[in-house]
Ligand binder design. Structure first.
Ligand SMILES: [Cu+2]
Length: 281
């Protein structure tokens, strides 16, 4: 069912669907990159952060856009790091994870990328404004400080209870490439047909994962296809990435038929999605 050829897929990317996110992705899509292979179409995927999140029950959106992508063997995906700092990692045994890429595909990952240093004045990288400088609360929940209150006892009352005071003040997270930061890019050619699940290491727990279907092979068995295998340590996607990658919208056959699946269309991003049990008001 090759309804969507490569030409159709790329026209969708450059058209209205993704243009609502950023319509400047066209200008850097095709210049010097199609020469790397000479054959494959170059598709663009952006790394994005959004607040408020699409699903109000989540803290913030970290996501690949599009989240599902159908390409042809030999095509190239150009990852544009519209926001820092992200990477692109295959679910691969070489990384200690169960394989979620076709058999025979070697492990691949990008570096952690963001904005090109020369495009940032003073080499200062501010966290995106949407983040509000908020840190992940790894140990903030009422930590027991009565066992070590003997010596210091000075800075205990200003513990990190979320009052870090740094509002989103300086800018509105504008990542435009007018005179602002220039996104890093990373290219990967997908040669072997099948289903590829990819993650962003820093934000996998927030659901930042995506699926690329290469060719029309939609019946690929993952080593973690059976949900019973998921509870094993690092057996599969972590945290909300499991929700992302088990979303009906990312069924490989749906990606093939749609060509491009946007983050917003995932069921788990609907207010009535499986996360909140449909308690929308
Ligand atoms: Cu990320």
């Amino acid at each position: 069912m090759k309804v969507f050829g490569a030409g159709a897929a790329i026209s969708v990317l450059g058209g209205s669907t993704v243009a609502q996110e950023d319509d400047e992705m066209d200008d850097e899509e095709s210049s010097d990159d199609e020469a790397m292979d000479g054959t494959g179409t170059v598709h663009t995927v952006e790394t994005l952060i959004r607040a408020p999140p699409t699903n109000p029950n989540r803290p913030v959106d970290f996501f690949f856009q599009p989240t599902g992508l159908h390409i042809e063997p030999g095509d190239v995906v150009k990852f544009v790091f519209r926001t820092p700092d992200h990477n692109v990692v295959a679910y691969h045994p070489a990384f200690g994870m169960r394989r979620r890429v076709p058999i025979g595909v070697t492990a691949f990952s990008s570096p952690l990328l963001g904005w090109r240093p020369e495009s940032i004045p003073g080499d200062q990288i501010e966290p995106p404004a949407e983040m509000g400088g908020e840190e992940e609360d790894s140990d903030a929940d009422g930590s027991d400080d009565e066992d070590d209150d003997a010596e210091d006892g000075t800075s205990d009352d200003e513990t990190d209870d979320g009052s870090n005071g740094t509002d989103d003040d300086d800018d509105d997270g504008d990542d435009s490439d007018g005179e602002g930061p220039v996104p890093d890019t990373w290219l990967h050619a997908f040669e072997t047909p099948g289903v590829y699940d990819l993650l962003c290491s820093p934000h996998e727990g927030y659901g930042m994962a995506m699926r690329v279907v290469v060719g029309d092979v939609t019946e690929t068995e993952f080593e973690t296809s059976n949900p019973a295998n998921l509870p094993e340590p690092r057996a599969g996607p972590v945290g909300l990435a499991r929700v992302t990658l088990t979303d009906p919208a990312l069924e490989p056959s749906n990606i093939v038929s749609e060509g491009t699946v946007l983050w917003e269309t995932l069921e788990s991003n609907q207010q009535s999605g499986p996360d909140d049990g449909g308690e929308e008001s």
